[in-house]
Design a protein around this ligand. Structure first.
Ligand code: HEC
Length: 141
């Protein structure tokens, strides 16, 4: 006799499970999301690392894997793969990072970072290093 009534007792628990499920944040990490979205990360990270050393970036930034004065004029760049925004403005996708690197004042006229005259291929290589390698080195240090 009670058999019919019993499933209804589970209803509050089921409702709670559905609601909790709805609140669960199952978004993929930024980097994986970019890949899934088809945004390819091009570039040669090792050349990117060399460019960071040669183009004076370390005069203003601390970059894992690139020796220099550990300057704090700009933010340290070991966390780019996990950041939500580039320079607090652009959603952090490989394309937006490249866009920033090629001409920061075009993105934000008030930024203290100058246009360092990078070509597209340079910016892609640097972005590849910052998004793939610098973060791993930061963890290892
Ligand atoms: C004269 C100092 C200076 C130089 C040189 C410089 N930057 Fe910057 N950079 C800054 C400053 C200051 C910021 C913060 C800008 C902002 O938030 O508006 C910044 C921001 C950035 C960001 C965004 C960081 C973040 O946390 O979102 C990246 C990436 C970056 N720089 C890469 C480079 C690279 C690569 C080079 C060399 C090609 C370089 N910078 C050269 C000063 C500099």
């Amino acid at each position: 006799m009670c058999r019919i009534a019993r499933p209804y007792r589970l209803l509050p628990a089921l409702t709670a499970m559905v609601l909790l499920g709805a609140c669960h944040d199952d978004r993929a990490p930024l980097f994986a999301m970019d890949r899934a979205g088809g945004a390819r990360l091009q570039g040669d990270p090792e050349r990117g690392r060399q460019l960071i050393a040669e183009r004076g970036c370390i005069a203003c930034h601390a970059v894992p894997g690139v020796s220099g004065p550990s300057s704090r004029v700009g933010p340290p760049l070991g966390n780019m793969a996990r950041q939500a925004y580039v320079a607090g403005l652009l959603p952090n996708t490989p394309q937006n990072l490249v866009r920033w690197l090629m001409d920061p004042p075009a993105v934000n006229p008030r930024t203290a970072m100058p246009d360092t005259g990078l070509q597209l291929a340079d910016a892609e290589d640097i972005a590849a290093y910052l998004l793939r390698n610098a973060g791993a080195r930061e963890k290892a240090q």
